[in-house]
Design a binder for this molecule. Structure first.
Ligand code: G3P
Ligand code: CA
Length: 298
């Protein structure tokens, strides 16, 4: 589930947590009890990097299409510039999704804004190309929130948090500024996700009411122990992992522990249907239009 060092730390934490629960006699609290407004019967359609099967990932047009195609959440991966601005980008490097080269951490936000985040898509996918994508800018997290408002739902990932000290504090500052915590803090308006347990625990320390999703990277077919589920339930409301690594038994184990389960990245109708039959509570897709059809039996 986790790298060896982290796994040892995680197991240590599990033992400490179990010990503390036994000593206080406290019952464990399920994710849904902690977040009563999270409706597990609503199957979440997460527009992965926006509707990134149709438009350049992590751009405003991609997020707009995600909303038009009935995505429930706009997924935003975060990187941070050298002057501390959170931007929407999947990779640590700008090479793949812009006309620039080098690492985001070596760019100021002013320099990032000079890059073209759309032309690569037109070149790579001529059948989906749109002249409107040429020259579009990399959006900052604040611009995304300003564009789509506090009525939209955001599924935000802290990427490479070890590279960006202060990333979690800056994220929370922005969420607070736009009132995406506070009265909404127990709603599912914003979900925070990360492969980094350390980053999620930091977010949890900063604001224990934020709904958190632990992403798990499996190299082999996924298994999960009761001990791991217990540990996850202490800070997260759910988990996400590659859809190709799980089966129905895994899904039921997670659901029985009261956790949400959002596999990624599911673009195929048959796989969507299979996962829904297994009982997942949502999924990430580059094609929210396709998932919407599946969810409505089309
Ligand atoms: O966040 C869910 C999924 O997006 C994780 O993979 O690499 O696409 O961010 P990645
Ligand atoms: Ca992601």
């Amino acid at each position: 589930m986790m790298k060896r060092k982290k796994k040892i730390a995680a197991l240590t934490m599990s033992i400490a947590l179990i010990g503390s629960l036994l000593s206080t006699g406290a019952a464990s609290v399920s994710a849904n009890e902690k977040t009563p407004s999270m409706n597990t019967s609503k199957l979440l359609n997460v527009a992965h990097r926006g509707a990134s099967g149709h438009a350049p990932e992590h751009t405003i047009p991609s997020y707009e299409l995600g909303e038009e195609m009935k995505g429930d959440y706009i997924e935003v991966d975060l990187q941070m510039t050298k002057d501390g601005t959170l931007i929407a980008m999947h990779d640590e490097s700008v090479d793949r999704t812009t006309n620039g080269t080098g690492l985001v951490k070596d760019y100021t936000i002013e320099q990032i804004k000079e890059l073209d985040a759309g032309s690569w898509f037109n070149e790579k996918y001529p059948e989906k190309a749109d002249p409107a994508y040429e020259g579009i800018q990399v959006p900052t997290l604040e611009e995304v929130i300003q564009t789509f408002g506090t009525g939209a739902r955001y599924y935000i990932e802290t990427k490479s948090p070890d590279v960006y000290p202060g990333m979690e504090e800056e994220l929370l500052r922005i969420l607070n500024k736009y009132n995406l915590t506070g009265v909404n803090e127990r709603s599912s308006k914003v979900l925070i996700q990360s492969f980094s347990q350390e980053s999620l625990l930091k977010m949890h320390d900063l604001n224990p009411n934020l709904p958190l999703i632990q992403l798990i990277s499996y190299k082999e077919p996924a298994t999960i122990s009761e001990e791991e589920l217990q540990e996850l339930s202490e800070y997260a409301v759910g988990v996400g992992m590659s859809a190709s690594k799980i089966d129905g038994t895994y899904v039921q184990k997670v659901r029985n522990a009261g956790l949400l389960i959002h596999p990624y990245t599911v673009n195929d109708k048959e796989q969507m249907t299979r996962l829904l039959d297994w009982g997942v509570t949502g999924m990430f897709t580059n094609y929210p239009d396709v998932l919407n059809d599946v969810l409505h039996g089309k």
